[in-house]
Design a protein around this ligand. Sequence first.
Ligand code: DAH
Length: 340
Amino acid sequence: MDQKKYELEINSAKTLDELSQLEIKYLGRNGQINKLLSEIKNVPNEEKREYGQKVNLLKTEIKKYIEIRKLIVSKEKSEVFFDKTLPGKAYPKGSIHIVSYAIEEITKIFEKIGFIRVSYPEVDWEYGAFESLNMPSGHPARDDVETSFIDVPAHPNLGKMVLTPHTSNGQNREMKRVKTPPIRMINISKCYRPNWDPTHTPMFHQFEGLCVDSDISIVNLRGTLDYFAEKYFGKGTKTRLRPHHFQFTEPSFEVDISCNNCGGIGKYKGEKCRVCKSGWLELGGTGMVHPNVLREGGIDPSANSGWAFGFGIERVIMMKYGLDDIRNYYSGDIRFLEQF
Ligand code: DAH
C-alpha cells in the first residue's frame, strides 16, 4: 500500500464523519488491511512472517494517523464538545416592577367605568399644586404638604416652580382641557415629599380620581370607591368614610377599607390583627370638589358638582400584599422584586 496515499487521505479529512469512512475503508472487516492479511496465503512460507509483521505495522500506523487526525479535527471544529441538539441556555427573564404593575391594574379598573387615564406634570407651578386647589399663597394648609421648590425664577402669574407634592395638580388642568363636563379623570404620576421611613419615600406615586357632571353626589363617590376596593383588593372588601379636612373638597373625608387579613373584625385567630389592629386600613383622602376649585377650572359650580380622591400607589400595594417597608420597592433588590 502506498504510504503517501493513505497519509494524504487521512490528513486531508475535514470531519469526524470522513475519518470514520476512512477507518472503515482501511481498518474495517472488509477493509484494505484485512484484504492484505488474507493474501498471506499466496506469500511463500519463508516470507509469511515478515509479510505479516509489515501489514500489522501498517495497521498500527494507519490507526495512529486516524486518531491524531480525529483530535485535530475535533479541536478545530469543536465537534466533540458541541452538541447541536442540546437546548440553548435560557436568558434570565425580567419581571415588571410592582409599581408599574399596580399602575396598569389601577388604570384598567378605572378605564372599565369610563375614566380617562392622564399623567400631568410632576414638575409644576405653585398655582397647579396649591392656588388652583383653593390654597392661596400664605395659607397654612400649604404646610401640610412639605414641598420641594426648584431654584429657578418664579413665574409672574403661576408662582414658584415645585416638585408636585400630590396628583391633585391635575384637577385644574383636566377641567381646562375637557372644558365641558362630564369629566372622568384618573391622573397617575410621580409626587415628591422629603420623607424617608418604612411608609414613605421622597419620590412616590399617587392616583387621583376626578369626576364632574351635572348631578354627581356622594352616592356616586361611594359606589366608585366600593367598586375600586373590590376590584383591586378583592371581593368583599368594604369602604368607609371618616370626616376630615382638605382645602379642595367640601365635605372632605378619609377613606378606609376593611382589612382582608381579619375580614374587618380587627382580630385574627383570637389575637389583635397584626396587619390593621382595628379592622380598617386607611386608603387616602377624598371629598366633594370645592366650588372654588370648579370655578378656577372654568366650571360653573351652580350647574355642576364633582368628587375627587387621591391615593398613594406604593400604599395600596403595601395594603394589598401586607408589606411593611415600601423602601424595598426602590432598593433594586431583584429577590424582592421578582416575587410580584
Ligand atoms: N392631595 C391629597 C394628599 O396628597 C389627597 C387628596 C385628598 C386628594 C382629598 C383629593 C382629595 O383629590 O379630594 O394628601
